[in-house]
Ligand binder design. Structure first.
Ligand SMILES: *Cc1c(COP(=O)(O)O)cnc(C)c1O
Length: 369
């Protein structure tokens, strides 16, 4: 296959990979039951704990992000367990579907797409149904560009009701603060191809003491994602099954880069770029799906397709004439919005390029502000 020219890849995953991470990934294969791998996984696991801000167990799985989320469900729940799953977008919906697929009795709580999950509604639901075992929430809803108020939700779920809290942090961890221990989150799952600047193929999950306790009696079927196997293997510097070695090399370099930059600075960079993106969109005369700055995501921005503009033509021209790859909408918003991803390896010039290209393309596809 011919080598492709790098694009300004503004999808909310996969995200661009810095050159020295690409270089790290060209390392030769090693024995994943040997000492070099043991050193690699032990170091990366400790560094990942810093990124997750946790002392909990942290496991690296060879899977996309969905694998980590599935692991959070099957390791803590039994068929028939009553759980709350709050959703305001395509990824919230997927968390519902996964829990249902494994036989959980899901109390589905729907919130408006483009708005936040209301913590008060969760408090009321937990109050009304004392038999709820767990609450499932998405930290950053990638399909709408909303960051849900997980800190407030955690105070209720953990502080007031002491239930299990399972979090989809696939498009937020390492970009938007999610201090796992400070917020007392039981299971938090994320993936390599979003904030971590490496290809798809790895997911990371933190597991609290409470989650391990739940695991002992959880009866949902599991094999590949049985986290006791992963924990036991890790003690010997291994994984139960063959790990994605190339991505592990990339991860090691990526974690060095993140920790050298400092997580506070990484969060600050995403906040600055999120703001730059939203300001740029407004300046072009476009409408954001999420107007409220309190919930606007600093990793992905959704923009309403203006009246009379062909979304596919817009995205096509951006890609073919300006080398900028945008994302469309998902689920019921598929044709109504387009999205700009700004997570992982991203700086101001990447966003300036997007805005410059939009300024040229919008009038060509019928935009009349
Ligand atoms: C990307 C994403 C997922 C799915 O991750 P995969 O790596 O495709 O399995 C889940 N949740 C959120 C919030 C995401 O952004």
């Amino acid at each position: 296959m011919k080598r492709m020219t790098p694009q300004n890849l503004r999808t909310p995953g996969p995200t661009p990979i810095p050159d020295d991470i690409v270089e790290a990934m060209t390392n030769p294969m090693i024995n994943h039951r040997g000492p070099e791998f043991a050193a690699l996984i032990k170091k990366s696991t400790e560094q990942l704990k810093q990124v997750f801000m946790t002392k909990n167990d942290l496991l690296i799985l060879t899977a996309s992000g969905t694998g980590a989320l599935e692991a959070s469900i099957v390791n803590t729940l039994s068929p028939g367990d009553r759980v709350i799953a709050a959703t305001a977008g395509a990824f919230g919906d997927r968390f519902v579907d996964m829990a249902e697929a494994y036989g959980a009795d899901v109390k589905r709580m729907d919130f408006e797409w483009g708005g936040p999950i209301d913590p008060e509604a969760i408090r009321k639901a937990l109050h009304d149904e004392p038999n709820i075992k767990a609450v499932l929430v998405t930290h950053n809803e990638t399909s709408t560009g909303v960051t849900h108020p997980v800190e407030e939700i955690a105070k209720i779920v953990k502080g007031e009701f002491d239930k299990l809290l399972l979090i989809d942090a696939v498009s937020s961890l390492g970009c938007i603060p999610l201090p796992v221990d400070a917020w007392d989150c039981d299971m938090v799952g994320t993936a390599s191809q979003k904030g971590f600047m490496i290809p798809p193929g790895l997911s990371f999950i933190s597991v609290s003491e409470r989650a391990w306790e739940a695991q002992q009696t959880a009866k949902m079927p599991r094999f590949y994602f049985d986290l006791t196997l992963a924990k036991r293997s890790l003690e010997g510097g291994q994984t139960p099954f063959t790990p994605n070695l190339s991505a592990m090399y990339g991860l090691s370099r990526a974690l060095d880069l993140l920790l050298e930059e400092g997580m506070e600075n990484v969060f600050g960079r995403h906040a600055t770029i999120g703001q730059l993106t939203r300001d740029g969109v407004r300046e072009l005369g476009l409408k954001l799906l999420v107007e409220d700055e309190a919930y606007a995501s600093d990793t992905v921005t959704a923009i309403k397709v203006p009246e009379g503009v062909d979304q596919k033509a817009l995205m096509g021209k951006m890609r073919t004439e300006h080398n900028v790859v945008l994302a469309g909408g998902q689920g019921k918003l598929t044709a109504d919005i387009f999205r700009i991803g700004h997570l992982g390896s991203v700086d101001k010039s990447d966003i300036t390029e997007v805005m410059d290209a939009l300024r040229v393309v919008l009038p060509e596809v019928g935009f009349d502000p």
